[in-house]
Ligand binder design. Sequence first.
Ligand code: SF4
Length: 437
Amino acid sequence: MNYLIRTFGCQMNQHDSQFVAAMLENRGFEKTETTEDADIIVINTCSVRESAENKILGYIDSLKRLKQQRPALTIAVIGCMVSQEKSVAAFLKKRRHVDIVLGTRSLALLPHYLDQKETKKGPLLAFDLDSDIPEGRSHLREEAFRAYLTIMYGCDNFCSYCIVPHVRGREKSREMADILKEAQDLVKDGVKEITLLGQNVNSYGKGLKEKASFADLLYALNDIEGLERIRYMTSHPKDFSDEIIEAIAASKKVCRHFHLPFQAGSDRILKAMNRHYSAAYYLTLMAKIKERFPFDVYTTDIIVGFPGETEEDFQETLDILAQVEFDNAYTFLYSPRKGTAAAKTADQVPDEVKKDRLTRLMDFQNGISLKKNLAMVGKEYLLLGEGTSKNNPESQSGRTDGNKLVHFKATDDQTGKLVKVVIEEAHTWSLNGRILK
Ligand code: SF4
């Protein structure tokens, strides 16, 4: 029996798919890459943008024929797109070929539903966002040397553009002892780098039996012998406290990569986004971080074309880019998501205006990114090797502590090893380096 998983969306979804893969392999399924060979196809969905949703629906619909030809094939749709009762009803109306539907907090039911499938009529459904996620989940990692580790589920922030709290439920932190045990097990298994996952990791700790903060977690993880690097995503500027800054400064293994999404430079738009900070607060926070960590890497997320955004508002976004000089910015066109507050707003920005602003913003940022990368030429960095470079099979690649991608040539496989290089060439998105003996 073979399984195929198609994963759309963020790291959280990738990690959930690793959990699903582990459950299926425990039941004796083997991985396949082709739909024709699969006995079960799992589609892990993303609802962050409309374009992504349309692509996923197209893929699910394309499986209808296969199901008609092979009725024994199981099609399971899981994740964000099928985590709300209303959207599941509309989704299933047109898709009778789907056998199992599991929301983000109900994935552990998959083996149980596979047992029930032969005897129960109609699709098997579970999408309860109040469910507790069980401890002791195992994950089938694709890479031996690095792993994701979820520290919290859901989000309480309700940014007005974001669907996440509606499809992943309210914020729930895992007990610190459970996280540390999982981290220790990962390290025993050969993991050198752990990325802590959560929608808003900085607010980790709410409602725990044993009181702990994100800073406490960083200190404790830093003490794990054999662990080399700790990353985390995603941060929220309003919760990035002095306590966290001090914990990062004191914990050598926590990577000096500060990813702090500011989303918009206009206070009016930030308020409409329900972000709970102003542009001045954000700039003060970044100034504090840059003073404490002057040679490190700063990145951000920006949404262009939020409802009501004027050219003046957009210029304020460019002002923040100019003042902070981020190494990189992940930029997104605003996409209205049904069920969110911003989608109901009348003054949506026309698509062509959004696209024009995005192009200008990316051009501006690309110049800064290249300048920052050029400043790295001639300097030495420690990389964690990732294996053969995706664009050039003759080279290997690795990442600096600040998460910059560096290509280098080496005779031995450096995957999962710490490699010292000197940077010889800089591009906008990557660097070339030479190994130092
Ligand atoms: S913090 Fe805001 S943007 Fe991030 S997941 Fe929560 S609601 Fe969405």
